[in-house]
Design a protein. Sequence first.
Length: 364
Amino acid sequence: MSDGMLSAVTLLQACHPCAFVLFSSDPDVEKMERALAAGVHAYEVHGYGVPRLRAVIHLAQARFAHDSKLREALADVSDRFEERKLVDRAKGILMRARQVSEDEAFRVLRAASMHSHQRVGQVSQQVIAAAGHADAVNRAGQLRMLSQRLVKLYALRAIAGDDALADSVRHVEANLAWLDRSLSKATYGDVLDAVRAPWLALKTALATPASSSLLSDVDAQAERMLVHADRLVSALEASATMTSLHVINVSGRQRMLSQRVAKEALLAALLGGDAAAHARSNSEQAQTAFEEAMAYLRAAPLSTPDIVEALQAAGLAWTALLASLGQARAAPGQHALLEASEALLNAFEQLTERYERSMQILMG
């Protein structure tokens, strides 16, 4: 009995399981064990004979039937165990997201299972996937925001302090590390690498002492990072089957626009000539985009009382930011701009989080 024959038996049993009888003149016990492991059900040594053939075949068929039942039972136990793990994970997600008990989370899963005519395990798997997609879109969206916030903090370093700048740098690094671990490298590796390249250049530029002369160079790297981070968000949203992810993208983009409006107002005040004019134009475009997105979010059907409340708070914070934009030349005005832009950012961080953990998102 050759290794090639054993490999062929193994392949046969993997592709088309069946009862298998092996007649041999080799009494080697080790070979018998290898044959049984490969899927042989009857190993007959010097046992071929017409009178015994029928009994040998029946024995192999009986062993094959017995092994099949054991495999099915084992697979069923394994499937149930895996399903239980999925259900537990999905319950945990719903419990954290909606602040409900374990029993209530399971009732939600069971109701969705009955409504969609699926097993609870299948629904749980969808909840886990939805939470993962939403988290990825949120984190990639934070990279867009951070590209703009870092330039704002760099320009206001004397006011904001080094700690705020360092915290945003760590935030970028943590999100890139999470996305690198969680996303498929084959699918998103090139898009993620495209974000990382300008980030490394921006990180190096941020380490230099803040000055008006370097602002344009720092902002150029941030703009490159913004473009590629936006492409990453779009790729993540497009690859998901949930159309409801778009609202997380839009809400997350408002975080970026809150920082972009403030940043461009600062650049317009601190730079001169064409650079200042370009910054004013960018600020106006960002304000228009922000207002359009606010209208979309207010009209979106994905809404709950806490989301409506958060939208109202964001609207008030936006009004305060607009009021501070014309004061960016003087230190008191810059303080007001910093506080208003941070307040608006916090409002949309909360709102995006509420969208991310909304039942409509998690249940698809």
